[in-house]
Design a binder for this molecule. Structure first.
Ligand SMILES: *Cc1c(COP(=O)(O)O)cnc(C)c1O
Length: 403
């Protein structure tokens, strides 16, 4: 079988994990802090905190900003459920908007229409690893009209004095927008290191802080690292030092720290990310592009323009004129031939939970249209040329028979 996106687990990863196991220190410590520093260097942002998942990181930052009941947070309707679920956890309302047809990303025009005086945060999602239009989104929140509308209800909100831009960059580590890496394109950027993502630590995430003056990102980092560990004034490592037993609890924090065992996988993966992982991912995309562009029915996904380059996370093929039912049949036939493909994403208003809250798919025609004709192809480091050719052969045959 050709899998969809298994992680790359080679001897280097195993050695680094074993090194951590043998060191006697397996939870948050030296390796997690080193991974954070390396991520900061890589992205060029101000400070980075590793956490247990992107979901935990996004929720922590919404809570840090004071998002609560009565507030609205703007998200694309076309994303993974985590983006909206964390807003629900805070008691706020996810305001879903439609996407661009060409790149699957949140539509800036639709954001503009959705901003109200209740809007506290915009959460753009770099779908498939392709960066959103960050400059245009900043323009929206910096308009004097939008600033006048903004009603701060916490000290932090008062300090920012505008809508916060919290990027869900679960897919887009290493992507570039107008010369800047993701991590410094928004106020705060959250990455995912879940097992299927471009860079994995099995489970994990990182919060890249890049808040403007007068925020002190270093101070916020220290505060957040406490908040990620029960609000405990000392972390586990500091507590094990002789005489270090006594600590304080400064507030009822969370338990979402990243352990060193997981960070050790991340250290190896980040070290070879640009020169190896991304090169390989791009070559897979290039191959699929060149094979599929022979067919009139194939809509090749957008990954590269003068201003943006993708992290090549998802190869989201669209097929002209394809309806949902036929798409499902094509996937069935491809799967029967032992090739794994996927669909990214089922728009949130299609799920019973969000449907029952009153979200209607009819309000997001582009999200539905792109979903209905989309098939994501396998992309992973260890895929072979023979496997790639097989993916294309099986897919093309299924499309030609069923379309
Ligand atoms: C995977 C994913 C997340 C969640 O990441 P976790 O690390 O699993 O919490 C959030 N948003 C998007 C768009 C994702 O694809």
């Amino acid at each position: 079988m050709i899998p969809f996106s298994p992680p790359r687990i080679d001897q280097k990863v195993i050695d680094e994990v074993v090194d951590t196991l043998r060191s006697g220190w397996i939870t948050t410590g030296r390796k997690t802090r080193l991974f954070e520093q390396n991520l900061t260097k890589y992205c060029g942002n101000k400070k980075t905190l590793c956490v247990s998942s992107a979901t935990a990181g996004l929720e922590l930052m919404l809570r840090w900003f004071g998002v609560t009941e009565g507030d609205e947070v703007i998200v694309p309707a076309f994303t993974y459920c985590a983006t909206a679920n964390v807003i629900m956890h805070c008691g706020a309302k996810p305001v879903m908007v439609d996407i661009n047809e060409n790149d699957f990303n949140i539509s800036v025009t639709k954001i503009k229409e959705a901003i109200t005086e209740k809007t506290k945060v915009i959460m753009p999602v770099d779908i498939g690893g392709y960066p959103c239009d960050y400059d245009q989104i900043y323009e929206l929140v910096n308009r004097s009209e939008a600033k006048k509308q903004f009603k701060p209800n916490s000290e932090i909100q008062k300090k920012l004095n505008r809508i916060l831009i919290l990027s869900d960059a679960a897919h887009s580590l290493g992507a570039i927008y107008r010369g800047k890496k993701t991590g410094c394109c928004a106020d705060i950027t959250v990455f995912s290191f879940h097992a299927v993502k471009n860079l994995t630590t099995a489970e994990g995430g990182a919060i890249a802080l890049n808040l403007p003056f007068p925020f002190d990102n270093e101070d916020i980092y220290h505060y957040l690292s406490t908040l990620a560990l029960h609000g405990q004034s000392k972390d586990a490592l500091a507590k094990t030092q002789l005489g270090g037993w006594k600590y304080d609890i400064i507030e009822a924090g969370y338990k979402i720290n990243m352990p060193d065992i997981l960070a050790s996988i991340g250290l190896v993966e980040l070290f070879r990310y640009d020169n190896d992982s991304l090169v390989k991912r791009k070559s897979i995309f290039d191959y699929y592009n060149s094979e599929l562009s022979k067919y009139e029915w194939a809509i090749i996904p957008q990954h590269f323009t003068k201003e943006k380059s993708s992290s090549y996370h998802l190869y989201q093929l669209r097929i002209k004129g394809l309806d949902e039912l036929t798409r499902d049949l094509i996937i069935q036939q491809v799967n029967q031939n032992r090739v794994s493909v996927n669909v990214h994403f089922q728009p949130l208003p299609l799920f019973s939970f969000y449907k029952n809250l009153g979200y209607k798919i009819e309000d997001y025609p582009t999200a539905y249209k792109n979903y209905a004709c989309e098939i994501s192809l396998p992309v992973f480091y260890d895929i072979t040329p023979v496997q790639m050719k097989r993916v294309i052969d099986i897919l093309v045959k299924a499309v030609q028979e069923l379309l």
